[in-house]
Design a protein around this ligand. Structure first.
Ligand SMILES: [Zn+2]
Length: 177
């Protein structure tokens, strides 16, 4: 029995209708070509299945979620560290101002302390601005605008209160003398 051209036709796409019919008839009676076709089909199936195999269900989402969580935790830590730094800077300048005002007994010293207070206020305000800038650069745009406004106005209010109390401390010092 001749297996040509049927063996070639098994691997050929786009056979004519007559070729299809002839191949079909040959395969009905030829075990060898039938086996060849079966092997080709199972190979094609395996390739198709291998291509479809995807990572385990939910893997992508889980990975993405854990990544976002890690990023968020990192950012929260950075913000907390910056707040701590700011608080420390405020406390230190407060302490310096208070100590200078308490210790000073002469007009010169008071003048000196006033200048120092103004300077340290300016410096702290500079630090505060730097802090705000860093915060703006660090916070993801995903943070709700409302929360943003709340945070910014809260920090600004705290800064104003702090500046006013600094000013009062320095003027009170002048009045005492
Ligand atoms: Zn054959």
């Amino acid at each position: 029995m001749s297996h040509q051209p049927f063996e070639n036709w098994i691997f050929t796409n786009g056979l004519t209708l007559e070729q299809h019919k002839a191949l079909y008839e040959h395969l009905q009676s030829c075990e060898r070509c039938k086996n060849l076709q079966n092997r080709l089909h199972s190979m094609e199936n395996q390739m198709r299945t291998a291509a479809i195999i995807a990572p385990p269900a939910g893997f992508n989402q889980r990975w993405r979620a854990s990544f976002a969580e890690r990023l968020e935790r990192q950012q929260r830590q950075q913000v907390r560290r910056l707040f701590l730094l700011l608080a420390a800077a405020i406390l230190i300048s407060f302490a310096i101002t208070a100590a200078t005002l308490l210790v000073s007994s002469s007009v010169e010293a008071l003048l000196f302390s006033s200048v120092k207070t103004v300077l340290s206020t300016l410096m702290s305000f500079n630090q505060f601005l730097l802090f705000l800038l860093t915060l703006v650069r660090m916070l993801p745009p995903a943070i709700p605008i409302a929360l943003w406004i709340l945070l910014t106005s809260g920090v600004a209010l705290a800064a104003v209160v702090w500046l006013v109390s600094l000013w009062r401390i320095s003027t009170q010092g002048v009045y005492i003398q």
